[in-house]
Design a protein around this ligand. Structure first.
Ligand SMILES: Cc1cc2nc3c(=O)[nH]c(=O)nc-3n(C[C@H](O)[C@H](O)[C@H](O)COP(=O)(O)O)c2cc1C
Length: 343
């Protein structure tokens, strides 16, 4: 089983990610991890923080002479932007974790909630994603993303500019595609083995993601079965599907077609023209806390979406093919490929 956890606050010393269960002998470098960290920091509409720090990963354990050794991989990402760490605030931002978190953890200073609830944590996820993407690339499996719309509009830049000028924020929809997965990852045999549900969870775990669709998604509910289901055909001597409305997942398993997921991101919760709130200290109406923030982070969320999808597909690959070293899992994968009807 592949699993990971992260630690670290938004403006604390550093972020930490630990990946446990990755096979030994996978070549991976800090540079390869940094590429994904930098991709996450880009995108039109990001806040000034992205100009302050270029994230750089430091491998702490689990990798020796450029290859994984089967032990937990831990990665440190220092925070260069530490300016807000000592600034207290007491007026929760609607849409953020501030209010519920203050109640839950009995905190008077909402900084203690913001710091960990911040999506800064997703930098650690991108580092994990870089390792998982490298692992998948050995099997020719690629994970990619694209932006479908920003705030319902096709002109992304103008949608973001408009929000920024108004002191507002904007969300959007991104799409994740996973190409060349073998059929049979995940299973229908138990609720928690269904890969469709597992992918929904990992994507929904990204802050601000409020909806996910697989393939045709919600539109399927408006159509007839004959319009939705992907007919099975023989194409170039291979059994495959005529269409891919299922988004590559049937019965909780990959069916050999590209996995297609779409995620809806809500607008960023920190508004420069703040919404009404209540100061938890004075118990009087007040405007929500403001601090340096993104106007739109859909592009960055898409990169995090790639990382999370790469993690869960890697998990499903290790579950299906087993093995503790790259050589062992490759041998099992090759055997399976030779014996299935779709190859
Ligand atoms: C990549 C990324 C960057 C984000 N940047 C910000 C930000 O700069 N300011 C902010 O208020 N929220 C930001 N968010 C969104 C918050 O993390 C999110 O609104 C908050 O966690 C509450 O959402 P939830 O209810 O889904 O947890 C970002 C989210 C992602 C995925």
């Amino acid at each position: 089983m592949l699993r990971f956890i992260t630690a670290g606050e938004s403006h604390g010393k550093s972020l930490v990610a630990i990946l446990d269960g990755m096979v030994a002998n996978l070549p991976i470098s800090e540079d390869e991890i940094n590429i994904e960290l930098q991709r996450r920091q880009q995108g039109y509409g990001r806040g000034d923080r992205m100009k302050i720090e270029a994230d750089k990963a430091e491998i702490i354990s689990g990798i020796r002479n450029g290859k994984t050794i089967g032990s937990p991989v831990s990665i440190l990402i220092p925070n260069r932007s530490r300016d807000f760490f000592d600034t207290a605030f007491t007026t929760p931002r609607p849409g953020h974790a501030d209010f519920a978190g203050a109640n839950k953890y009995n905190q008077k200073d909402l900084r203690n909630i913001l710091e960990r609830a911040s999506a800064r944590e997703t930098a650690a996820r991108s580092a994990i994603g870089a390792i998982c993407k490298k692992f998948l690339s050995i099997f020719n499996i690629n994970v990619e993303s694209s932006i479908i719309h920003i705030g319902g509009q096709k002109n992304f830049k103008s949608a973001i500019d408009k929000a920024k000028q108004a002191g507002d924020t904007v969300g959007g929809v991104f799409e994740i595609k996973v190409l060349n997965c073998p059929p049979g990852l995940g299973s229908y045999s138990q609720w928690d083995k269904r890969l469709s549900a597992r992918l929904a969870q990992v994507i929904m775990s990204i802050p601000a993601i409020k909806g996910i669709e697989i393939g045709l998604g919600f539109d399927q509910a408006k159509l007839y079965g004959s319009e939705v289901h992907d007919e099975i055909i023989i194409k170039n001597g291979k059994i495959s599907h005529k269409t891919n409305n299922a988004g590559g997942l049937e019965g909780g398993m990959t069916n050999g077609e590209p996995i297609v997921l779409r995620a809806a991101m809500k607008p960023i919760s920190t508004l420069m023209k703040p919404l009404k709130s209540v100061d938890l200290k004075t118990k009087k109406p007040a405007f929500a806390h403001i601090e340096r923030s993104d106007v739109c982070a859909v592009e960055a969320a898409a990169v995090v979406g790639e990382a999370m999808a790469a993690f869960e597909i890697s998990n499903a690959m290790i579950e299906k093919f087993g093995g503790d070293s790259l050589e062992e899992i490759k041998a099992n994968f090759t055997y399976y490929q030779k014996h299935i009807s779709m190859v």
